[in-house]
Design a protein around this ligand. Sequence first.
Ligand code: NDP
Length: 321
Amino acid sequence: MSETIEKIKCLIIGSGPAGYTAAIYAARANMFPVLYQGTEPGGQLTTTTDVENYPGYPDGISGPEMMIEFQNQAKRFDTDVRDGWITKVDFSGDVHKVWINETKEIHCDTVIISTGASAKYLGLESEQKYLKLGGGVSACAICDGFFYRGQEVVIVGAGDSACEEAHYLSKLCTKVTMLVRRDAFRASKIMEARVKNTKNIEILFNMNTVEVLGDGVGVTGVRAKNNVTGKVIDIPATGFFLAIGHIPNTDIFKDFLELDETGYIINVPGTSKTNIEGVFVSGDAADHVYRQAVTAAGTGCMAALDSERYLAAKEATVEKV
Ligand code: NDP
């Protein structure tokens, strides 16, 4: 507990596309960024198989490989990439205080939060098995839908995301079965109407997923049970999509930063600024709408530029005094 306090100019929390892009820009602006990777180095993309929608990779690239490339690029400009995660922050004063692994204390001029969000899964053993195998389980239809062109898929959820993703999948797949756990949608009426009016989307209400069926390599179907009648059915499918919400990784900031009702950090529109001067946010920690690697990278760039301008303005004020 008695380690010396380290002072740094720019701390970046998180190692997904947002964090590494912020690091590349901050390093090239001589802000000597220190980036803590967090509990899931590389972020959500490390649970994706192939990324085919990130510009600049015409042949696609695997999610983990892509994140190694992001990291290498950040290191090339001397970003100090460290293991460890932030367990506590204190943004109440001029200096932003942050604790690493409960012990090491760091004082930062600027902080860029890129802690992302985690997709919710059902937690079934079979779901996790095929997720880890990269064999047909996904929480991002926009990322992975393309791999299921001309095939039948199942999607779980009944919110706006589920409707949007089911509709997206319906344009690629021959059939989309939506499993809704209640007898009603949570989504807005317009989104509900959209899926209801799409011919190749079948909506099954009062349905719980019992098991993701597979052949040991990939998904072959989904076993679901009607929670009113008790009837169990097997639905043939090669893809099993989850759209049951995300949890932004923002809990440690809640005493200082303004969050919306779901926990996303509220940024000043059109910027990466939070309600605390010198603390910026990028990526999915503030974005429940787009959630793409490329949009996260874009906001990472914004956060580095906003940090640089904040520091420059602060230094100019000090010089005047
Ligand atoms: P939501 O929390 O709105 O919906 C989650 C859905 O998943 C609900 O239907 C819920 O069921 C269901 N669900 C949760 N857990 C389980 C489970 N274990 N088994 C089966 N079903 C489950 O999340 P979204 O990601 O859809 O949306 C998050 C926010 O983002 C919302 O405010 C939404 O409006 C917004 N959004 C806006 C968009 C837009 O404007 N274009 C697009 C996407 C999202 P139940 O209803 O029974 O609780």
